[in-house]
Design a protein around this ligand. Sequence first.
Ligand SMILES: NC(=O)c1ccc[n+]([C@@H]2O[C@H](COP(=O)([O-])OP(=O)(O)OC[C@H]3O[C@@H](n4cnc5c(N)ncnc54)[C@H](OP(=O)(O)O)[C@@H]3O)[C@@H](O)[C@H]2O)c1
Length: 288
Amino acid sequence: MILVTGATGHFGNAAIQTLLKKGIPASEITALVRDEKKTGDLKNQGITFKMGNYDDYESLEKAFEGVDKLLFISSNDPEHGLDQHKNVLNAAKKNNVGHIVYTSQETRNGKHTSIPFVIGIHKATADLIINSGITYTILNNTLYADSIDKFIGENYLETGIFFPAGDGKIPFMPRAEMAEAAAEVLAGTGHEHKIYSIAGEKAYSFDDIAELLSAIKGKKITYHKPDANTFIDTVVNAGVPKELASFLGSFGDGMANGEFDTQRSDVKHLIGRKPMELEEFLKITYGK
Ligand SMILES: NC(=O)c1ccc[n+]([C@@H]2O[C@H](COP(=O)([O-])OP(=O)(O)OC[C@H]3O[C@@H](n4cnc5c(N)ncnc54)[C@H](OP(=O)(O)O)[C@@H]3O)[C@@H](O)[C@H]2O)c1
């Protein structure tokens, strides 16, 4: 049995849809949920639900009974994430889960990171999984193309793009396609003890993104490149909460430093085709 955590979220749901498309029967897929009200369409598709919260070890221990493969989708809680991940791993160990597939973060292997609050948790979790004795696959996921809207802001058409990514390039990829790669690992063979780069084959700067969006929207969109501190001060003055501004600023700073431009991708090998080019993703997303 395959258990997918984060099943009520975007990545987990997309992974389940791909598993079903690949012919894995719904009866062999279980979704971990913490809020039963969110089960929606998955319930109609015949997916079994187990209640569980990353904060509650006992709930996970119970939920993971009989699980062969676990798609362990990382927590989005920077404060408690590592403790939550330890709960997931310990519950998997207790139940002799056969294979853990973990969604980590693709970055350059440098000492410095602009996003230690993300990378620290991923690195520690991946190390714990690798040293746990359980068969693993680590998916080093690049930044979601779906997150571009948060980086360029709501008013990019009027104001241009104002974001501190400098000339840095990012191999953005659609999240649904990344989930497809995860499903391939769960349904396929030969992925044991592997670490994969789940990233686009081409990396794009925000100059490239501004140019692509200008063509799609039929309007010149300028990319302004403040440094991270100027970005944070400016958007906080415009009413963005300080915590969110710092979070976005840190990602921009990491992009400017080339942290995400790893120039490697295992996606074609996993899903049998090249990942979607950003131009196509932007056309689908913004060309409405
Ligand atoms: N690579 C990237 O660019 C990128 C960007 C954003 C996030 N991420 C990471 O990738 C993960 C998946 O992304 P996503 O887009 O699918 O996020 P999402 O749509 O926000 O889904 C997160 C899922 O995790 C569940 N979850 C959160 N806290 C939990 C807890 N304490 N116990 C049990 N389940 C919990 C959520 O449950 P509820 O539905 O009940 O909230 C939801 O199902 C994120 O959690 C984050 O770690 C990566």
